[in-house]
Design a protein around this ligand. Structure first.
Ligand code: ACM
Length: 489
């Protein structure tokens, strides 16, 4: 048995009481207060997997220590914040309290890590109290389906894998020069042509999500308290659009499909109404399929769009996102157009400062931090990494862990941050195993940056907690990179 605080990401406050350890035994039941039934079932699944016991879920408010094992009680109560929770483990009972089901779900992820990897028979929860809540509301991972498509089953597996670290947003990069991966009503060639055979980097990543398949994915994520953030990248990164619909080019001529890794060569035509009819159709459809609050409009690397055209374009498109009820996120280049305070710039470059982002913050914007040299999961771990790129440098686990998002950019402090996201671009990836190997073990480092108080974080303690997680990934069938910095057990 590990200690009560041996969890990724490390909880905000931990008070161990070793004498109060609670045994999950053959008679343990989960008692679900009103409003907690769905999460209670998720908790029971965790306890069943760890013990092999039946662990029934029963409605009820009381804790009655059933024969052969303490009861585990779930309750909703005020005082824990949107996603915080309190886990109170005593010898005869366990109480999990939160203000919201999302907070209870976070607690379940903690309990899961305190249980044996895979068990048979009695399991012991360390005694004491955890009081935990996130530092930032937005804790994200991003998967690039454009450069290489991943199937709904693969994305579901990714959602399961990231949710256990309290990651609560999955940003899907759905469109780029090499492919378009989401069916859009009225524009069938987007997916028929640009989601078809031969698309993706090296032509190796074909496929697309139907509208229904996307909606199912969004619902699956929501059951795990993960909000899907769809990205439609524009006005650049649009070659796949123009291959499918040459009428969206300046001269209407056919466009060659591209499967190379170049960026910055394509642009929508900002001075044609047809462009905005297309963009509005897409934004309306994506917004209708997406219950979450955000719609990401890309905006990065628009090197084939003049600065003046870029401004014109965004001043037309940002209001469309609002018109369909969504809050726009854009890569931080969007800060150049002085966006309204509801827009969220996502900082991704490696520069030490960014005047545009600082100005946007002064104008009321919140920022997502994704500096490539700390959070880009497609960067190689070391010079020998077979997968990944290195334009932002090598990114070992220590580098992903050892930074403070609130001091990363001048003029962008703690209160200005919506959160932190770790993007995974897929130019070099060809399988779910590749995705997992690049994600783990760096994502838990970034999850701890985003969830845990800065003062509670410590590299040596993190390395030991991370090392202990290795057998869990193995048991879950998830590949991970055995970084030499970590004392794997
Ligand atoms: C980006 O990496 N172009 C956002």
């Amino acid at each position: 048995m590990g200690g009560l605080g041996d969890v990724l990401p490390v909880p905000a406050r931990v008070r161990p009481v070793p004498a109060a350890a609670c045994t999950i035994g053959p008679g343990t039941a989960v008692r679900a207060a009103p409003g907690t039934a769905a999460v209670a079932e998720q908790l029971a699944t965790v306890l069943r997997a760890a013990t092999g016991y039946p662990v029934p879920v029963q409605p009820g408010l009381s804790v009655s220590a059933a024969a052969g094992g303490g009861a585990v009680r779930l309750v909703l109560e005020d005082g824990h914040g949107d996603e915080g929770y309190r886990l109170d483990v005593r010898a005869d009972a366990v109480t999990v309290a939160a203000q919201t089901p999302a907070g209870l779900f976070a607690a379940v992820q903690t309990v899961r890590q305190l249980m044996p990897v895979a068990g048979a028979g009695d399991a012991v929860l360390p005694g004491g109290v955890i009081e935990d809540r996130p530092r930032f509301a937005y804790r994200g991972a991003m998967l690039d389906l454009a450069r290489h498509y991943f199937t709904p089953d693969e994305v579901r597996s990714y959602i399961d894998a990231i949710a256990q670290f309290k990651i609560n947003h999955l940003h899907l990069h759905l469109t780029d020069d090499q492919g378009w991966r989401l069916e859009i009503a009225g524009w069938p060639r987007l997916t028929e042509v640009s989601g078809g055979p031969g698309t993706g980097v090296d032509g190796a990543g074909p496929g697309f999500l139907t509208a229904a398949g996307y909606a199912e994915l969004v619902a699956y994520a929501a059951d795990r308290f993960v909000t899907v953030v769809p990205e439609i990248d524009m006005p650049g990164h649009v070659n796949a659009v123009q291959v499918a619909y040459p009428e969206l080019t300046r001269d209407g001529a056919a466009v060659a499909a591209r499967t190379d890794r170049a960026v910055g060569y394509s642009s929508l035509c900002v001075d044609r109404e047809q462009t905005y009819a297309f963009v509005e159709d897409v934004i309306r459809e994506v917004a209708a399929l997406t219950p979450g609050p955000y719609l990401h409009i890309g905006g990065d690397e628009a090197d084939a769009t003049s600065a003046e055209d870029y401004r014109t374009f965004l001043h037309r498109v940002l209001p469309l996102v609002a018109k369909y009820g969504k809050r726009a996120i854009g890569w931080h280049e969007v800060a150049a157009v002085e966006p309204p305070g509801t827009v969220v710039p996502q900082f991704w470059r490696t520069a030490a400062d960014d005047a545009g982002v600082a100005r946007a913050v002064a104008g009321g914007c919140q920022v997502i931090m994704s500096p490539a040299d700390r959070t880009y999961l497609d960067m190689k771990y070391d010079a020998d990494s077979p997968l990944g790129l290195d334009w932002a440098g090598l990114l070992d686990v220590a580098r992903a862990y050892d930074w403070d998002p609130a001091t990363r950019l001048p003029g962008v402090g703690e209160q200005d941050l919506l959160g932190v996201e770790a993007p995974l671009w897929s130019e070099t990836l060809r399988s779910l195993t590749d995705v997992q190997t690049m994600t783990f073990p760096r994502l838990p480092a970034i999850a701890e940056v985003a969830w845990s108080p800065q003062a509670a974080r410590d590299w040596d303690a993190f390395r030991r907690r991370l090392a202990a997680f290795g057998p869990r990934w193995t048991a879950q069938g998830i590949a991970y990179h055995r970084s030499p910095e970590i004392p794997w057990v």
